[in-house]
Design a protein around this ligand. Structure first.
Ligand code: SF4
Length: 339
């Protein structure tokens, strides 16, 4: 197996939120490996633990109620969970940048966009205010906004333009790692495609490693090299884009593909995955997907599935990949799945 040059290495990370209503298990032995210059898609439904993973990487889980109960997070070889807070400031400011879904939560409505980019540059780079403003104008041009518009305020920009400004701010200090949390969800499809193309160009220009958090496999196909499919705070299938798209193994991943709109035949009905994600304060003892799975075997109700590797990269956690289980078990009948 080739030696990986990992920028991010999360292993068996478990995070829980201790609330008055019980313990919410947000991450359950979560794994993320992000290599230099690579884009990894973290895919799953809302509530799967994708954002908690991103916040854990920057040690931004509010405590209380959030507690990291196990596992490790390593960025550039540094153990994030024990790093002194002053070193964390460097990681948050210079090494890792975050982009969220709603640009308005990241932009200050009363400061011009050029100033907002310049402020970040000035905070992290030497060279004074003039250098920071020059860099801000350069970044605006890079994200496709004429630099003269830097004198305007966020409300004078469209949604897509605002998200470009947010990306310009995130990339102004050329971070090594960019975490983009549903960065294009609030945009219409055409603008979304433009923003993704721009992110791809910037990634190639700066060799940025990217973690793309999304519920949308279409976005993954556009921009990612590898995919980790997350369910109930755990990766249940991981591989290259080709592995996961052309050799889908996990019933949940299959379900995600089935819920994609068929663009060639818009009249075809979407087939969403039935049921809901399990209550994270009361997870099933076996496979977390069992209550929704139409291939479930008796063993799925009681035992967590181990990891089965299809090749060096592609793995799946599902009891179906043990022939003995399939020979011995009888699929649990779920009448409503055959409608
Ligand atoms: Fe379905 Fe069982 Fe596989 Fe879980 S382990 S996805 S319940 S078949």
């Amino acid at each position: 197996m080739s030696e990986k040059n990992l920028k991010v290495d999360i292993k068996d990370l478990s995070v829980e939120f201790r609330t008055d209503y019980g313990i919410v298990k947000a991450l359950n032995d979560m794994d993320v490996e992000l290599e230099e210059g690579e884009t990894l898609g973290l895919v799953g439904e809302t509530g799967a633990g994708k954002t908690t993973t991103a916040l854990s990487m920057l040690r931004l889980i509010p405590n209380p109620p959030g507690v990291i109960t196990g596992g490790s997070v390593t960025i550039n070889g540094k153990d994030i969970l024990t790093l002194p807070e002053k070193d964390m400031l460097d990681i948050r400011g210079n090494v890792v940048a975050l982009i969220f879904q709603d640009p308005m939560t990241s932009l200050d409505p009363v400061i011009t966009v050029e100033e907002q980019i310049a402020e970040v540059v000035e905070l992290h780079e030497e060279g004074g205010h003039q250098h920071a403003r020059d860099r801000a104008r350069e970044m605006l041009e890079l994200v496709g906004i004429p630099c003269e518009r830097g004198k305007e305020y966020p409300h004078q920009f469209s949604g897509g333009m605002k998200q470009r400004v947010v990306i310009a701010i995130a990339l102004a200090c050329t971070p090594e790692i960019l975490i983009a949390d549903e960065p294009t969800t609030a945009l219409d499809v055409t603008i979304q495609a433009q923003v993704l193309e721009m992110m791809r160009d910037l990634r190639n220009k700066y060799n940025t490693s990217m973690l793309m958090i999304t519920h949308d496999l279409g976005i993954v196909a556009e921009i990612c090299d590898k995919v980790s499919v997350v369910y109930a705070g755990h990766v249940i299938e991981h591989g290259t884009l080709e592995d996961v798209f052309d050799h889908t193994r996990h019933p949940y991943t299959e379900g995600l593909f089935n819920s994609l709109p068929n663009l060639e035949n818009r009249s075809e009905k979407l087939k969403p995955i039935k049921g809901l994600m399990p209550d994270p304060s009361n997870l099933p003892p076996g496979c977390a997907f069992c209550p929704r799975c139409n291939y479930a075997l008796p063993i799925c109700e009681t035992e967590k599935p181990p990891r089965y590797y299809r090749n060096d990269e592609h793995y799946v956690e599902c009891h179906l990949y043990n022939e003995q289980n399939v020979k011995e078990g009888k699929v649990i009948e779920r009448a409503d799945y055959n409608e």
